[in-house]
Ligand binder design. Structure first.
Ligand code: 9D3
Length: 241
């Protein structure tokens, strides 16, 4: 997969992609991430990428010319062109999976009040927001989207499978423990040390259900629950009363 990112602050994105897993994915040739400074496509002495909005008002708007020329130069015709904007549809795992199937992505990081509407109409295929809070620009949102997409590319994960994530994806994780068995007086639940794999699996499932019930009841409503799951939840509801 090739991912182009158009931004006026490429420096913000250098760090996240030159560390750890995403770095290794690039070294292994799973993905090529290219950061392009939008300003290099701006004309004139001042290399201006933004201008005041027609009709007046506060703030600035990205001019169309640098964006059109940049997208054309990066062969944006071949790519799915995505604008990161607070007005976009909210990013989630299903959209990450959808984007992971693309050959080529081109992400445009918004800034200021936004982009000239003609960019949206003629260049952009999708508009994505990463959630209901205000960032100062699309760069960190692009990093989030890229991280979520790249880890889904075939060959990225060695052991754990992402198929399992989608299977149990509607529940939160159970609590995890590692050595020592007792730390500062806090013991690991006995069942985890029992060696009884059936009992351990049951405990974990029940703990997952409990966490989800306590913290994300919205997810529980979507989950596929077995009769055993329902029994576990019934016990929790009774304890709560
Ligand atoms: C001060 C301007 N705001 C008026 C209410 C609108 C606004 C414009 C641009 C607010 C934030 C931004 C910059 N944010 C993004 O470009 C952005 C973003 C976000 O702020 N939250 C969640 N996802 C995204 S994706 C891009």
């Amino acid at each position: 997969m090739i991912i182009d990112v158009l931004t006026i602050f490429p420096g913000i994105l250098k760090g996240p992609f030159s560390e750890s897993m995403i770095k290794r994915a690039q070294e292994r040739g799973l993905v090529k991430i290219e950061l392009t400074d939008l300003r290099s496509f701006a004309r004139g002495r001042h290399r201006q990428v933004d201008d005041t909005p027609y009709g007046g008002g506060a703030g600035m708007v990205f001019k169309p010319e640098p964006l059109f020329e940049a997208v054309e130069a990066l062969s944006g015709e071949a790519a799915r062109v995505i604008l990161l904007t607070p007005q976009g549809r909210t990013f989630n795992q299903a959209l990450a999976r959808e984007l992971a199937r693309e050959e080529r992505l081109l992400l445009i990081c918004g800034r200021y009040e936004g982009v000239d509407e003609r960019v949206r109409e003629a260049l952009v295929n999708d508009e994505i927001s990463i959630g209901d809070y205000i960032l100062s620009g699309g760069e960190l949102a692009a990093a989030v989207v890229i991280d979520a997409v790249v880890r889904l590319l075939p060959g990225f994960l060695e052991e754990e499978s992402t198929a399992e994530e989608s299977f149990s994806g509607h529940l939160l994780e159970c609590p995890h423990y590692t050595r020592p068995p007792v730390f500062r007086g806090m013991a690991v639940p006995g069942v985890l040390l029992s060696g009884n794999h059936a009992a351990i699996a049951q405990w974990r499932r029940c703990q997952s259900l409990r966490r989800t019930w306590e913290r994300r009841p919205d997810l529980l409503a979507k989950a596929e629950l077995s009769p055993e799951d329902r029994q576990c939840l019934e016990r929790l509801v009774k304890k709560d009363e």
